[in-house]
Design a protein around this ligand. Structure first.
Ligand code: FMN
Length: 191
């Protein structure tokens, strides 16, 4: 089983990474393959809205030459995409939002090319946030649910923990066990 973990915090040793530690360790203990991509280290240009990708069949087809091409290869190769992000202004951080906008080349809906390069994949969210889960992470989860319906992806669910005391909030037994249980839930979904 192949997981692609897209990590969107600019803090490479921050809360989101802390929460990912038990999650990824549980996946790897169960022999899953995990590709971990820290998005803030990558060059992710904004979508130009040119629709060129919509006339390219069987491959991503974006005209922009940046790190998104390799990231899309990892997404296409995986069974489950994990969107791991702190909530910034009620959504994911900017690099993940830029990457999500660049999904167009995976959905050939609007030009001469047809089909999808990612339909049927599983999608899960791991989020950290200052407000309570529903108020803080609800808008992002709703957006991703809609993207999944639109793109025929299989949304599995979200595990999130509130930042009440910086790193310590993500080192509690509840946070660690919750992350491990969520990993096992993803592993138990049939691929
Ligand atoms: C610029 C900025 C914007 C934020 N916006 C929100 C927000 O809209 N809602 C929320 O619940 N928390 C918000 N937070 C709190 C972060 O989501 C929270 O501290 C998170 O755990 C940080 O994770 P990190 O250490 O992995 O970057 C914000 C924090 C920052 C720095």
């Amino acid at each position: 089983m192949n997981f692609c973990v897209l990590m969107a915090s600019p803090r490479l040793k921050g809360n989101t990474v802390e929460l990912l530690k038990p999650f990824i360790s549980e996946l790897e203990d169960n022999k899953a393959n995990v590709t971990y991509i820290p998005l803030s280290e990558k060059m992710i240009l904004p979508c130009k809205g040119c629709y060129a990708c919509q006339n390219v069949s069987d491959k991503y087809g974006c005209i922009q030459q940046d790190d998104v091409l390799d990231i899309m290869d990892s997404i296409i190769a995986c069974d489950c995409i994990v969107l791991a992000t702190p909530i910034y202004s009620w959504y994911c951080t900017a690099p993940m939002k830029a990457l999500l906008d660049r999904h167009y080349g995976l959905n050939k809906f609007y030009g001469s090319a047809k089909g999808s390069l990612w339909a049927g994949k599983k999608v899960a969210i791991i989020a950290t946030h200052g407000y309570d889960a529903e108020y803080g992470a609800g808008p992002f989860e709703n957006g991703i649910k809609r993207l999944c319906v639109h793109s025929k992806l299989n949304y599995i669910g979200m595990f999130s923990v509130r930042d009440e005391d910086n790193l310590a909030s993500f080192q509690t037994e509840t946070a660690i066990n919750g992350a491990r249980i969520f990993a096992r839930r993803l592993l138990s979904c049939e691929f």
